[in-house]
Write a protein that binds this ligand. Structure first.
Ligand code: CDP
Ligand code: MG
Length: 173
């Protein structure tokens, strides 16, 4: 057989604020567990404007950009957080995108996550409950944006050791 062998990949998944507001976390995790991929990083993030704008920087020129930033920040759902995760394993990118479904929830397969739970707002924004990276370079950019190396339990990308002096950070008192 000349079947192309599967590539070990990593992909960023965000449960967006509408997914959290609709209490879909358990459901989405269960659906994604069908992939048999491993979760190698996970956290809850309060999304700043800077993070949202960087995440969606390729959408900068879209008429709905401002709306999209407010959406990711949770301003449309009174849930100012997202759950960020890295899924890792064979063909991770395509497997997660497949289960997620098309960007437009009306066009997404009815059985997909977005098809099941997404909606289009009256303003025309696609509230599609989760984000998933579309290719390896996007995954790399996004994982590095959302996670520090020591927050991921496998070595995904090269790292370097840096001594950071006089860095202020919050520690347990
Ligand atoms: O999220 P995905 O990669 O499937 O789609 P995208 O083209 O990268 O767009 C990013 C996000 O912008 C989508 O997930 C939607 O929330 C939003 N979007 C929208 O509201 N209306 C569109 N016509 C396209 C995207
Ligand atoms: Mg995208």
């Amino acid at each position: 057989m000349s079947e192309k062998s599967e590539m070990i990949q990593q992909t960023l998944v965000l449960i967006k604020p509408d997914g959290l507001k609709k209490s879909l976390t358990g459901n989405i995790l269960t659906r994604l567990s069908e992939t048999k991929l491993e979760i190698v990083a996970a956290k809850i993030v309060r999304v700043t404007r800077a993070l949202a704008e960087e995440h969606y920087r390729s959408m900068k020129d879209k008429p709905f950009f401002e709306e999209l930033i407010q959406y990711l920040k949770g301003e449309l759902h009174d849930r100012r957080k997202v759950i960020a995760m890295v899924y890792w394993g064979p063909d991770a990118i395509q497997k997660v995108r497949q289960l997620a479904g098309a960007t437009n929830p009306e066009e997404a397969e009815a059985t997909s996550i977005r098809g099941s739970f997404g909606r289009i707002t009256t303003k025309g924004l696609y509230e599609n409950v989760l984000h998933a990276s579309t290719d390896e370079s996007e995954a790399e950019r996004e994982i590095k944006l959302w996670f520090e190396p020591d927050e991921v339990i496998v070595d995904l990308y090269p790292t370097e050791t840096k001594t950071i002096e006089k860095e202020k950070r919050q520690v347990w008192a």
